[in-house]
Design a protein around this ligand. Sequence first.
Ligand code: HPA
Length: 273
Amino acid sequence: MEYTYEYFKEIADFLKTKVDYTPEIAIILGSCLGPFAEQIENPVVVDYKDIPNFLVSTVPSHAGKMIFGTVCGRKVVCMSGRFHTYEGYSYEQLVLPIRVFKLLGVKATILTNAAGAVNTSYRPGDVMIISDHIKFNGDSPLRGKNIPEFGSRFFDISRMYTPELRKLALECAEGSGLTVHEGVYFFFTGPQFETPAEIRAARILGGDAVGMSTVTEALTAAHCDMPLLGLSVMTNMAAGVLDRPLTSEEVDETAKVISIKFSEYVKRIIQQM
Ligand code: HPA
């Protein structure tokens, strides 16, 4: 299957018929961070399954809904539920959300995710503003024929997580009631959690948190010159940090506990953007 410019345009053209405004900011909600979607005013909800050429969320904690609306007076589009390579999607398919946002006219994207804390000074419930990432696993989502309407064949990724948005997110942390760090996100493909040895290696290599998402979207954003903010919620200490097995229930439980405060924090950032 070849993903052409027209393929993405068909999706965006369909979505443009759903609202009569251009969303300024896009948000992709990670595992169990869905409650943010309830904060969107005047929501127009589109099921992924009803969007031509779109993908579907197969993870139970991902709703699979695209929501247009207003947050703090700003026009937004929010994806409640994202796509991961561990669901069986190819890396090339994972460019889809960001390219659709670009074609919708979105000016900046916020990516959120649930992550394991590699940095032992972090605690479950802390937030990490992603300063950079390490991706040694899997292909690039930009592999294959380049689509020049989106960007160049070779492109810079040294400012992928937009410095000005990182600074703003740090400023908004004050008074949020959250402990907010800045750090490096280390990508693993999943769906298995990592081995303790992989986590030790990630730490030595400079990783502060681990997760199974986000990097493909970040690379796609860099390719099409989309300003980007990445926020990780530490839902657990990474494998081997504590002397007990890791469970998805632990991840879900922390995400649930933090989701209200985290939603308020994201809203505050959107207001200031
Ligand atoms: N590893 C990978 N992905 C995750 C983790 C983790 O420990 N926690 C939440 N998502």
